[in-house]
Design a protein around this ligand. Sequence first.
Ligand SMILES: Cc1cc2nc3c(=O)[nH]c(=O)nc-3n(C[C@H](O)[C@H](O)[C@H](O)COP(=O)(O)OP(=O)(O)OC[C@H]3O[C@@H](n4cnc5c(N)ncnc54)[C@H](O)[C@@H]3O)c2cc1C
Length: 207
Amino acid sequence: MFIACHSDQALALLADPSQLEVDTLGAIAYQDSDVLLHTDTRMLPRRQLARAAWNYHLADESHDPARPAAATLTYDMNVLQGLQGPERFCVSLNRSADIDPAKVLRRLRYAHPLYTPAGLAAQQLHGEVNGRQRTYFCGAYWRYGFHEDAIASALAALDHFETRTSTKVPRRWHQVAEQTAAVNQALGDQMDHASLALQLTPHLQQP
Ligand SMILES: Cc1cc2nc3c(=O)[nH]c(=O)nc-3n(C[C@H](O)[C@H](O)[C@H](O)COP(=O)(O)OP(=O)(O)OC[C@H]3O[C@@H](n4cnc5c(N)ncnc54)[C@H](O)[C@@H]3O)c2cc1C
């Protein structure tokens, strides 16, 4: 059985999880974000030159440092999706109160992995936990939380399956692996994501 959803969802699906599954999946938490699709461009940097596809908002200095604020950022969807046209579409995480309600198109809730020292340690147990109870887990939470991490974790889970069962699965995954490797190389062998995760850690850790 391969389970390809978030760590907390995977754990909830198991009727009789092992202690290792409880400890490993339980250590990698997810955090909900309040997400708005909108056209309130005040959420983008005022200076055109400072605008990027991802625009991080600095945390409010007045927040209680003992209770770190959730990560806040605005995606410029016209850049990300190559949208042409007069309207600018934005997606903002955790800034709902500051966005003009008249410009909100849709409200969503998404979850991102929450990176903590315990979670990073648990990631090292992917090969250990996979297949122990004939259950294999994949998802971006095993790495840095991005699309290619989800794919890479699925390839790793297949490797674990082959090792555990001494079988070879006929697959065309080498094509995906080659594409993943090319993306990783383009991103600086994941170092950008690693440093991003570390930078975000103080903002993402729960109180
Ligand atoms: C707002 C936002 C912006 C993002 N931007 C980027 C980006 O620019 N670049 C990037 O690389 N990544 C980005 N990501 C991250 C990217 O979306 C994830 O890395 C990727 O989707 C993770 O894949 P996954 O398979 O681990 O989980 P998901 O894509 O979340 O898939 C898990 C699936 O499991 C299903 N599921 C849950 N419970 C059950 C159940 N009980 N039974 C059956 N199915 C179930 C869910 O419906 C879902 O389809 C972004 C994420 C968010 C939220």
